[in-house]
Design a protein around this ligand. Structure first.
Ligand SMILES: C[S@@+](CC[C@H](N)C(=O)[O-])C[C@H]1O[C@@H](n2cnc3c(N)ncnc32)[C@H](O)[C@@H]1O
Length: 436
């Protein structure tokens, strides 16, 4: 290159380095064979052009490769998105404000309310169990939609949710005529759903419940209270217990669980690819007194993702995964789910329905697989007419000898609901019906 540069100066033609910035010579020009007799000037000019072209085309090739890579990445992302869309059934329900049971209830906006009401709409419900009361949004709408309801049981592990739900249900009973409805709200874990129903009414356990609902995840009351430690966006103690009587807090995991267990929680419950680095940082932080607040944990995550691609989005995504992992571990969410799902199905009356809303893929996978194992394989009784086509929300059914899954693909919130309530974005609704 240096010799070429000198030669150019001597021949007073533009240096290839300068020309590289100005000239654009096509690859075609490169392939033109040199004329048989050429002067030094021509040779030098060609040499300059060759250098220029090589520089330009190697730059071009780099740019092309980068563009190609970006195009490929975008195509893959689009394919993954459309595959995801194919695997689910987006609800086309419109927002129905008449379902808002109490305009004064700002505690929690129930997710997929219209869809949940539709699941039980065709059934003359006499009994209904809500395993996750929250602020009783779903419960209230179902009680309102079924004036013939006789027995209602609602449970939650959170005393604040329980108190709010009780107040909302009492107000509903006062305003609507449900004189024959017996309501029971209990501070109980749904892992004990069978014994809870049995204690309330042994006959109900015997005959079976018409409808059961499980709306997993956190309520807005929990997320919005910094003292509970669930929120990535607010400073508070690292608590994350749904049941304040439970002994394990998120801070206990971070500050005293064995290193490998901390790593396992981040990897298995947060699906966090950087789990090992995080584990090491957390263990190192113990030497300086440990991590005790959500802000301290966020600072640690930010220091780790500092400079990484994605900026604010990058650390928020990591933090969301880490908080999810800790919450699952603190509340032992996944290990109790499969048995609770099976127990709920066992408590159903023949023809009864059980609806579950999940909020992350780990939960949804368990719901999907447990439902498949519940319905069983083999001959399906001919007179089982579960989920008749006249119910428009039922798209595809998977039938088994013990029951039918009425949502071969999970139902997901409508675009309108996603716009109105961003917290519903990851919700998936699956429904199973017991054989008659
Ligand atoms: C998403 S909220 C339910 C909101 C409710 N469907 C509504 O419309 O207001 C989930 C609730 O389930 C409760 N919960 C979580 N795990 C539980 C468990 N194992 N047993 C009982 N309740 C639980 C939480 O405390 C929380 O209040």
């Amino acid at each position: 290159m240096a010799t070429g540069h000198m030669l150019c100066r001597w021949l007073s033609i533009p240096s290839p380095l300068t020309a590289a910035r100005r000239l654009t010579i096509t690859t075609k020009a490169l392939t033109v064979p040199p004329p048989p007799s050429t002067s030094i000037r021509q040779t030098a000019a060609r040499a300059a052009a060759t250098v220029t072209t090589t520089t330009t085309s190697s730059g071009d090739a780099k740019r092309r490769r980068k563009k190609e890579k970006e195009r490929k990445k975008a195509a893959e992302a689009a394919a993954a998105k459309s595959e995801k869309e194919k695997r689910r059934t987006r609800s086309d329900k419109e927002h129905d404000s008449s379902l808002e049971f109490h305009s004064s209830n700002k505690d929690h906006v129930p997710v997929m309310l219209r869809e949940v009401v539709d699941v039980f709409a065709s059934m003359p419900l006499r009994s209904f169990v809500d395993c996750t009361l929250g602020a009783a949004g779903h419960s209230s709408a179902i009680i309102k939609a079924h004036p013939q309801l006789e027995q209602y049981i609602g449970m939650d592990v959170d005393p604040e949710a329980h108190a709010k739900a009780r107040a909302h249900i009492d107000a509903l009973l006062l305003s609507d005529s449900h004189s024959h409805l017996k309501t029971h709200t209990l501070l109980k874990n749904f892992r004990n759903v069978k014994s809870v129903i049995g204690e309330v009414d042994a006959n109900l356990l015997q005959s079976g419940v018409d409808a059961i609902l499980m709306d997993l995840g956190m309520s807005s009351m929990q997320v919005n209270n910094p003292e509970r430690g669930f929120s990535v966006m607010a400073d508070g103690p690292l608590d994350m217990r749904m049941d304040p009587q439970a002994s394990l807090r998120a801070a206990d995991i971070l500050n005293s669980w064995p290193d490998a267990e901390v790593g396992r929680v981040l990897r298995d419950y947060g699906e966090e690819s950087n789990w090992r680095l995080l584990q090491n940082k957390i263990v190192l932080a113990r030497l300086k007194g440990g991590i005790h607040s959500t802000t301290e944990l966020i600072d640690l995550i930010r220091s780790m993702t500092h400079g990484a691609r994605g900026g604010r989005q990058g650390w928020i995504k990591t933090a969301t995964r880490v908080f999810q992992a800790l919450r699952i571990a603190v509340n032992d969410e996944l290990s109790i789910l499969e048995k609770a799902l099976k127990d709920c199905f066992a408590c159903l009356a023949p023809g009864g329905r059980f609806a579950v809303i999940s909020f992350h893929s780990l939960e949804d996978r368990i719901v999907k697989q447990t439902f498949l194992s519940i319905i069983g394989t083999g001959e399906v009784p001919k007179d089982d007419c579960a989920g008749e086509a006249k119910e428009t929300w039922v798209k595809q059914i998977v039938r088994g000898p013990n029951g039918s899954i009425l949502t071969k693909r999970p139902v997901t919130p409508s675009e309108e609901e996603e716009r109105l309530n961003r917290r519903c974005r990851s919700a998936k609704l699956r429904v199973i019906e017991k054989s008659r």
